[in-house]
Design a protein around this ligand. Structure first.
Ligand code: MN
Length: 324
């Protein structure tokens, strides 16, 4: 039995696609979800002796399930760029983990394949917001500037589709999106012929247009905090919206609040782009917070702690402010 497990964002989809173009497994069971659903190996409880490929989800977050699958004689290929912690020592585990902030899973797969399907690696890298690495990987392909711009748009659209609270928020389930790319060895052909791209492109522009009308709910010299309504369009666009706001004001920290169904807030935080630090420090000060130094979040912030959040936001990012 073959099982392919992949993060439901651009990087996860492109990494798997590159691998399967080189080594097709048409009967593989596919396991994926929205971008934030990273505990994917839990879904394989009880599976024995399968050939499993895992892409673009943190090993550390899946450690327990991974070890029990390895003990149950599964052969596992694990490729990722998130924090892994110690890699379990098993003969039947092949791990290629590189947490360098300038790389992503698609680029690691590209290296493993000797550049065999690297146009898709470029798409995955753009999707993960690694523009410099993406342009670098694109150089070897000698593409025109307009073709590279197309790969960038594709990466961003695939990435955009991965956000959302659950798959029902999304235009396409990540599984369907992956199935849609399978027939296309060349992403530029996919861009031209796929019937799903126009829907994704229109959805993206509509969502961004709605989001653009929202002003900050709090604005200081330290940063800006926005709130978007608890609706599917806002959940879909949250990641791209945060990136865009951060690019608008690279010297400021940014926060985005969205209500959860239980009344608490889901919070996402971006450190200032010119000083990508401390977003995790801020979020870890709250029970359900976590993340990386540049981008972090809190899963459910009780509304009565909102003022404490604002204060801590300004303390943490104020302390370290780069004066201009
Ligand atoms: Mn990734």
């Amino acid at each position: 039995m073959y099982i392919d497990v992949f993060n439901g964002d651009a990087d996860g989809i492109c990494a798997l696609h590159q691998l399967r173009l080189a080594d097709p497994r048409p009967d593989a069971r596919l396991v994926t979800g929205v971008k934030r659903n990273i505990h994917l190996l839990q879904q394989l409880a009880g599976i024995r002796k399968a050939h499993i490929t895992v892409l673009d989800v943190s090993l550390d977050s899946n450690r327990e399930s991974l070890v029990s699958l390895l003990k149950d004689d599964c052969e596992i290929l694990y490729v990722d760029h998130h924090f892994s912690g110690e890699i379990p020592d098993f003969q039947n585990l092949k791990a290629h983990i590189d947490s360098n902030p300038e790389t992503c899973t698609s680029l690691i797969v590209n290296r493993l394949l000797g550049g065999e399907n690297s146009a898709w690696a470029v798409v995955g890298a753009f999707g993960d917001n690694l523009h410099q690495s993406a342009y670098q990987a694109a150089e070897a392909l000698s593409l025109s500037d307009s073709s590279v711009a197309k790969l960038k748009e594709l990466g961003e659209l695939l990435n955009y589709n991965g956000y959302g609270f659950s798959v029902t928020d999304l235009f396409f389930s990540p599984q369907d999106l992956y199935k849609a790319v399978i027939p296309f060895p060349d992403p530029l052909t996919f861009l031209e012929h796929s019937s799903i791209l126009p829907k994704l492109r229109n959805g993206f522009h509509d969502d961004m247009k709605q989001a653009a009308s929202y002003k900050p709910v709090r604005e200081t010299e330290i940063g800006r905090i926005f709130e978007l309504p608890p609706e599917p369009w806002a959940r879909r666009v949250s990641g791209v919206f945060s990136n865009l706001k951060a690019q608008e004001e690279p010297g400021l920290a940014h926060g985005l609040l969205t209500r959860n169904p239980d009344g608490t807030y889901r919070v996402s935080v971006r450190a200032p782009l010119i000083n990508r630090k401390e977003a995790d420090t801020l979020c870890r000060a709250f029970i359900t917070g976590g993340g990386r130094a540049a981008a972090a979040g809190i899963n459910s912030l009780p509304p009565e702690q909102l003022d404490v959040f604002f204060k801590t936001f300004e303390e943490v990012f104020g302390k370290d402010r780069v004066k201009d």
